[in-house]
Design a protein around this ligand. Structure first.
Ligand code: NAP
Length: 306
């Protein structure tokens, strides 16, 4: 029987681990398919407080992990494949083995949805990203594009006009999915040019392997064209990593976990933190804050159910 299991090693999971370990709970922290979460795939993080010159995402994550280990957090490469909660007992299946725990913090994050084009993985960090807040400031006075037609795409396109010389907003239909206010804002921005009915078919790179443009297909006419851009921001939604908890933990219609009281889910002793329960802010610092809150909530739960 574990006292506390933390699922995920992004900012939320690692911050929960630091707090829980420092409170002597020796949490078992599970690193899944994407150890380190979204930060491990970014380059320079310039907006995490405390780092005047910025810090590399992977370095930030490794430092947090070392900090949690120093206080006694135990790390294990395991993926939760199933979850059960009945009669006050909570257990998770780690690969093939069931482990019971008094408290569980789900900080399994959300993964950016990608287009599925060739070379996508290797281009992340070389002109391909899913996070305008993280990477927008690197692309000053150059043309960039955003792919998507939802609130995220409109928000990111508007944000990017602060830096880029021009922002193409590429959408596969001729009406935006975004809420009216966000859509109107993007459509009224003189630095944003809409590219309707179009889908990316190929990333174009220069000799150094950096993004130089994108090939598009018009889905109505079938014609192909090239756009010169230095960065492609993919904003076609995120997928919360909640599959093992489906039907057992309350989720919204997009699969994000619902927090009922503080960070507690509908199951007593089970808490949610970070992007797995947050589709609005989705920042490293907000995830870290929730990780802290979830560890404190779990500690309180344990002190009442010792
Ligand atoms: P979303 O609403 O699901 O929109 C995804 C967009 O990407 C859609 O326009 C969709 O096109 C397009 N898309 C999906 N798969 C694609 C593909 N393979 N190729 C090309 N385009 C593709 O996702 P989101 O914009 O990330 O928003 C998620 C949730 O967060 C929403 O509830 C949103 O309101 C909320 N949100 C709120 C704010 C805010 O209020 N500040 C900011 C961001 C997000 P179709 O339209 O054709 O399906």
């Amino acid at each position: 029987m574990e006292k506390m299991i933390i699922v995920g090693t992004g900012c939320a999971g690692l911050t929960a681990a630091i707090y829980a370990a420092r409170a002597n709970f020796s949490p078992l922290v599970l690193e899944g398919h994407e150890p380190g979460g979204q930060l491990s795939t970014t380059t320079l993080v310039e907006n995490f407080p405390g780092f005047k010159e910025g810090i590399d995402g992977p370095e930030l994550i490794m430092t947090m992990k070392a900090q949690a280990e120093r206080f006694g957090a135990r790390f294990q490469y395991s993926t939760v494949t199933e979850f059960e909660a009945a009669n006050g007992h909570v257990r998770v299946k780690l690969d093939d083995q069931w482990v019971e725990t008094q408290t569980l913090i789900v900080a399994s994050g959300a993964s950016a949805r990608w287009l599925g084009l060739p070379r996508e993985k290797e281009l992340v960090g070389h002109g391909l990203t899913s996070c305008a807040t993280c990477d927008g400031a690197f692309y000053r006075d150059v043309p960039v594009c955003v792919v998507g037609g939802g609130d995220s795409a409109c928000e990111e396109a508007s944000f990017l006009t602060r830096f880029a010389s021009k922002v193409y907003l590429i959408h596969r239909r001729d009406t935006l999915r975004a809420s009216k206010i966000m859509a109107d804002r993007a459509l009224a921005n003189p630095k944003i040019e809409m590219v309707w009915d179009s889908a990316p078919v190929e990333y174009l790179t220069d000799d150094q392997g950096e993004m130089r443009g994108i090939k598009l297909r018009n889905l109505k006419s079938g014609s192909e064209s090239e756009l010169e851009v230095k960065c492609v921001f993919v904003a076609i939604g995120h997928v919360p990593n909640t599959a093992p908890f489906k039907g057992k933990l309350d989720m919204d219609e997009n699969g994000y976990l619902i927090q009922h009281k503080g960070t507690q889910t509908n199951v007593p002793g089970v808490f949610a933190a970070g992007d797995v329960a947050d589709h609005v802010y989705r920042q490293a610092i907000t995830a870290a804050g929730q990780g802290c809150a979830s560890a404190l909530d779990a500690e309180r739960y344990l002190s009442h159910h010792a």
